[in-house]
Design a binder for this molecule. Structure first.
Ligand code: HMG
Ligand code: MG
Length: 287
């Protein structure tokens, strides 16, 4: 059976956009619940500026408080060398850098141009290599930008190729605002796949327009076997106004099972845990 890896995003992409600060104990409870579900990868924290994203200010405490499961990699976003040093001190297993195919989004999200972002990433990559940490790379706005509208495939392919050349082991292609149509995702993938194999790519679809699963299906047809999702469909990006959460993990896992792919996850347990995750968003009591 063909294997697909689900990279669970809810503690990071899910909670970074919440209006309220989700208490550290609840974040830890979420990560522990995800570990129990058996995810191989959990994006657990962000080591970004707390002035920019206050919801993620407690990353070190979250990593210190979780119960680690063998076989799960606990990962974090690191925008610069400072973030990487903090992530290393917190004991992450893997980090991710994040670039954009849109100049405007790069400026709004990380306060620099696309070219400047690569200058920032270079020392980070060197330090991560020294520390033996795998680095994943994100490309945001792979079909649409909240500020510029449609993004052409070629800039996406160029940014993805640059991240790969810098040493990212995998490039996650982000439909940041969840507006991509399957035809445009297909065109984007054609361009990217001229530069790297499908085994080096992941799909990261927000579900604003309800097309995330259709876009995952396009990626599957192109040979991609890693997808990012968030339990309960939590999330959004603080610098992508109106963007909804990642595709819901429970929906993604169900679709993959129906198509005959193995994820190693239990659909019933996922559905139960999804209501716990959604309770965090709704500001309800979650223990
Ligand atoms: P900046 O203001 O240009 O940088 O921010 P700076 O170096 O001038 O620093 C400004 C302040 O932040 C300083 O503090 C620094 O010390 C501090 P001050 O002197 O004013 O007191 N600082 C930090 N503090 C903690 N950790 C750090 C750090 N770096 C600087 N690592 C920066 C540049 C990149 C830091 C900022 O713009 C930032 O943090 N941006 C992050 C935005 C973010 O997290 N966005 C959401 C994640 S991306 C996403 O969701 C998309 C994705 O899901 C894929 C998709 O869907 O497309 C991945
Ligand atoms: Mg995202």
């Amino acid at each position: 059976m063909d294997q697909v890896t689900i990279f669970e995003m809810s503690p990071r992409d899910g909670l970074q956009n919440e209006a309220r600060f989700v208490p550290t104990a609840q974040k830890i409870a979420l990560v522990n619940a995800l570990s129990d579900l058996g995810f191989a990868k959990i994006e657990t924290a962000s080591f970004v500026s707390p002035k920019w994203v206050p919801q993620m200010a407690d990353g070190a405490e979250v990593l210190a408080g979780i119960t680690r499961r063998d076989g799960t990699a606990y990962t974090a976003l690191t925008p610069n060398l400072r973030g990487l040093e903090n992530a290393i001190a917190a004991g992450v297993d893997e980090v991710a850098i994040f670039a954009s195919a849109s100049e405007s989004f790069s400026q709004k999200n990380i306060n620099c141009s696309i070219a400047e972002s690569f200058d920032r990433f270079a020392p980070l990559m060197a330090r991560a290599a020294e520390a033996g940490l795998p680095v994943r790379g994100y490309v945001s706005c792979v079909t649409d930008c909240p500020y510029e509208g449609e993004i052409a495939p070629q800039p996406v392919a160029q940014v993805a190729a640059r991240l790969a050349q810098m040493g990212c082991y995998e490039i996650s292609l982000g439909d940041t605002i969840g507006q991509g149509q399957p035809e445009r995702v297909d065109a984007m993938l054609h361009a990217v796949l001229e530069r790297m194999p499908p085994a080096q790519l992941a799909g990261h679809f927000h579900d604003t327009a309800g097309r995330a699963l259709a876009n995952v299906a396009v990626c599957l047809d192109h040979g991609l076997r890693v997808f990012d999702s968030a339990l309960g469909g939590l999330g959004g990006c603080p610098y992508a106004p109106g963007a909804k959460g990642n595709v819901a993990t429970e929906d993604l896992a169900a679709m993959l099972a129906a198509k005959g792919y193995a994820t190693g996850l239990d659909p019933t347990a996922l559905a139960q845990a999804a209501s716990f995750a959604r309770a965090l968003r709704q500001d309800e009591k979650a223990t």
